[in-house]
Design a protein around this ligand. Structure first.
Ligand code: IFM
Length: 785
């Protein structure tokens, strides 16, 4: 079978907006279930097909509804009762595309409208031939609504069709059943209701669904047989369809949960509120019907794209499609108005990483929101503020001070939720311990780094006064207690960590961790020193709460003595104390492998730990984040050295290499890294995304375009725009918000133009020239080669 994904399906107004799965293969269900996931930040619906197949993952998640199934497991986003399953029988034969003859198949996701459409021409094993079409959207206009539609047209003769469709609460997360049985009811023979409660966290989910029917465009009255079973509720219908007639079943569903912001302060009568709101929503939505609801959703997407689309004129149309794919996913994975929820490493598109948030958010995704939707960026950082409780708890439990952020986070007060055991060890056959929750600690500095970047980009003083300063100070306090004095070398060190490179465990002085910790403490020190003059009242308030002078003393005690690994004679900065002494093996087979992680087929973690092999950008990430600390020569040497040793086995690697390569003038490599960053989910590897899309890679694609080729960077207090496009692109145009002022940056091979569409004059650097752009004005420069 050749390439299954077709990127050129969209034509006219939909050119570079549509991804098509052009053939059906039941072995590759996971890929399109994930990449065609639909959602709106509130919920995510994985694109499982309507009919069931072995190996499918039928997921619907609502952000923040975490539940722990068993004491021995960690909390996770529970799979909500399913509304996507529709069972169709054609003259007694169950419709499934892996039986009979599939004469034609096409399934496509339209990124512009958020609609998923599947068209099938199928001949059943007994010779009945019919056309089926399935449409589905998850509304961004009303975030509780899912619209779907099944259209059936008999081609070979009259046919008996029977359909079962409803709400299926028998779903699990790979076997873990998160909900109690709950209540089920059908109102007015039309509105189905299932209310169930998670077994540990006590979160209620209210699912409502309704069906409406048409034959040849006219409303049809169809007899429905209601079915209520264990964790299951459905309508059965049977009818005879004439040859060439067109039957349509619209199924509108809606989802509410007790974690919805609206119910934050309601504790009594929550079930009544959920029922009332659910019924009201479903009744209205039923009256409106699929087309009207879809139009509202399409208009909301159009509004989004008008402001947020990025235009890339490229030799390869794929580049344009890929950035839209990233923008689509970044927006459907993020609940923009709720500071109690983070972004899952797989968004809301799959069970992978259990809906938990990692440093992926602050370092890979947040820059996108900070530069385009700063309010959302603030909400995401407020989530980390609300997580301070768990971070302080973790610090205390580990014998440290201040705030030690969990490596994996879920609900605001869950604290550390990283699982303890992972995949099989190829040598011992035992489950490999997952140590990240204990010793991958750079996340505390990553969050502080992101807070400061947000502040520089927005000047949101109110955020800093209420949340941001405290995050930076508490994390710095953690580092001051975390460092260890090395009496022999007369320096402070940070020992026994995992840096970003997760192929190295229990290492001492991971350069990334040490530099970021130092940066974190330096920020806090400056803030504490300056605050009494700038805002004495705030100083007093925070001092009462945190004892600022004590924290400053602790930071002062260690900051200048903290060891920051420097380049050796050959210019290479050791990734950690012993990295440069480890053995260097031929990594070619692993680098060329189609799938990631193949080194585990030959070596276990202990052995990998002893080799010069990195999973992902680590030192290269440091050179990018703190780029003004290193000169170009050092960057070049280290980029080349570490890239050779990096397998890019994490989706958080290639985008950083793209940006660095472009900065350093390795233009072809930069473009190749960009393309392979896009391929992580969107590429033709049909096994890349089974457990969900890679959220950080979506942020990474945006960063390649805007921070990489677009040359956008914050240095000190200033915004720099120093673009260098790949030769494959003639021009690009992207939105960028700087200190509340929306701008549009247009870059060609010859020049860059920045239009200030905001209310204030902005002062930015275009390359090295400070440029003031008045409100409503443009400024530009020639491209520097
Ligand atoms: O945070 C990442 C980590 O850097 C590599 N492993 C996967 C995590 C979640 O995406």
């Amino acid at each position: 079978m050749g390439n299954i994904l077709n990127y050129t399906k969209g034509q006219g107004e939909f050119k570079n907006w549509i991804i098509e799965e052009s053939d059906f293969d039941y072995q590759h269900l996971g890929k399109c279930e994930s990449i065609f996931c639909q959602g709106n930040g509130y919920m995510g619906v994985r694109a499982a097909l309507e009919e069931k197949y072995v190996g499918e993952k039928r997921n619907m998640f609502v952000a923040g509804t975490f539940n722990k199934f068993d004491e021995a497991e960690v909390t996770e986003l529970p799979n909500l009762p399913d509304i996507t399953n529709v069972i169709i029988y054609v003259s007694g034969i169950r419709f499934r595309m892996d039986s009979g003859v599939l004469h034609a198949y096409s399934r496509s996701l339209n990124l512009k409208t958020g609609e998923l459409i599947r068209k099938v021409d199928w001949e059943s094993p007994n010779g009945d031939r019919l056309e089926l079409c399935f449409n589905r959207f998850v509304s961004v206009a009303n975030r509780h609504i899912i619209g779907s539609k099944v259209t059936i047209k008999p081609l070979s003769g009259d046919m008996n069709i029977s359909i079962e469709s409803g709400i299926d609460g028998q779903v699990t997360n790979t076997g873990s059943q998160h909900f109690h049985e709950g209540e089920k009811r059908i109102y007015d023979a039309t509105y189905m209701e299932m209310i169930s409660k998670t077994i540990q966290s006590g979160v209620y989910a209210a699912i409502h669904a309704s069906h409406a029917f048409e034959i040849d465009g006219k409303k049809a009255k169809v007899d429905l047989l209601p079915v209520i079973e264990r964790r299951f509720l459905s309508n059965k219908l049977q009818l005879t369809l004439k040859k060439d007639s067109v039957f349509t079943m619209e199924k509108i569903s809606c989802v509410h949960t007790s974690r919805d912001l609206k119910y934050e302060s309601i504790s009594d009568d929550i079930v009544d509120s959920l029922k009332n709101d659910g019924l009201e929503t479903i009744r209205k939505a039923y009256e409106l019907g699929y087309d009207a609801l879809f139009k509202e959703n399409k208009d909301a997407w159009a509004h989004f794209w008008r402001e947020h689309d990025i235009k890339i004129n490229a030799i390869n149309d794929y580049d344009q499609l890929a950035i839209r794919f990233a923008l689509y996913h970044l927006n459907i994975m993020t609940k923009q108005d709720d500071n109690r929820v983070g972004i899952g490493a797989k968004g809301l598109s799959g069970e992978g990483y259990k809906g938990h948030s990692f440093w992926d958010t602050e370092i890979f995704i947040l820059p996108y929101f900070m530069f385009t939707q700063p309010k959302t960026a603030r909400t995401l950082l407020e989530y980390r503020f609300r997580n301070l409780y768990g971070a302080r708890l973790k610090a205390r439990e580990n014998g440290f001070k201040g705030a030690m952020y969990p490596w994996e986070s879920a609900w605001i007060d869950d604290g550390e939720v990283t699982p303890k055991l992972g995949a099989a060890d190829v040598v011992t056959g035992e489950a490999t311990p997952i140590l990240t929750g204990l010793i991958e600690q750079h996340i505390s500095a990553d969050i502080a780094y992101a807070v400061w970047e947000y502040y520089i980009a927005t000047r949101d003083q109110e955020f800093m006064d209420n949340y941001g300063y405290e995050i930076i100070i508490q994390t710095a306090y953690f580092w001051s207690s975390r460092v260890e004095w090395n009496e022999t070398l007369k320096r402070y060190e940070i020992n026994d960590v995992i840096g970003p490179d997760e192929y190295k465990e229990h290492v001492n002085n991971n350069a990334y961790t040490n530099y970021l910790a130092h940066y974190n403490m330096k920020l806090a020190k400056e803030i504490i020193e300056e605050m009494p003059n700038i805002n004495p009242e705030l100083y007093k308030k925070l001092d009462q709460k945190l004892h600022l002078s004590n924290i400053k003393d602790e930071i002062d005690r260690v900051i200048d003595g903290l060891y920051l690994p420097k380049p050796g004679e050959d210019g290479i900065i050791p990734q950690h104390d012993t990295y440069l002494k480890l053995k260097h093996i031929d990594l070619t087979p692993y680098k060329n492998a189609e799938v990631v992680g193949t080194i585990y087929n030959d070596y276990n973690m202990e052995q990998i730990n002893e080799m010069q092999v990195s999973k992902q950008a680590d030192l290269v990430m440091l050179l990018y984040l703190l780029d003004d600390l290193f000169d170009k020569e050092t960057k070049k040497k280290n980029y080349l050295f570490y890239e050779e040793r990096t397998l890019h086995d994490s989706s958080l690697s290639k985008s950083t290499h793209c940006i660095l390569a472009n900065d350093l003038g390795y233009r072809d490599s930069a473009y190749e890294f960009f393309r392979s960053s896009c391929d992580i989910d969107l590429g033709q590897n049909m096994k890349s995304s089974d457990m969900g899309i890679h959220s950080a890679a979506m942020g990474g694609i945006w960063q390649c375009v805007v921070m990489g080729f677009g040359g956008v960077r914050i240095v000190g207090d200033d915004l720099y725009i120093s673009p260098r496009l790949p030769k494959e692109w003639s021009d690009i145009s992207f939105p960028l918000v700087w200190r509340g002022n929306p701008m549009r940056v247009t870059v060609s091979q010859d020049d860059v133009v920045v239009e200030n569409m905001g209310k204030d004059a902005v002062s930015i650097f275009i390359y090295d020239t400070k440029t003031s752009i008045l409100a409503g004005q443009k400024a530009g420069a020639e491209i520097k080669r």
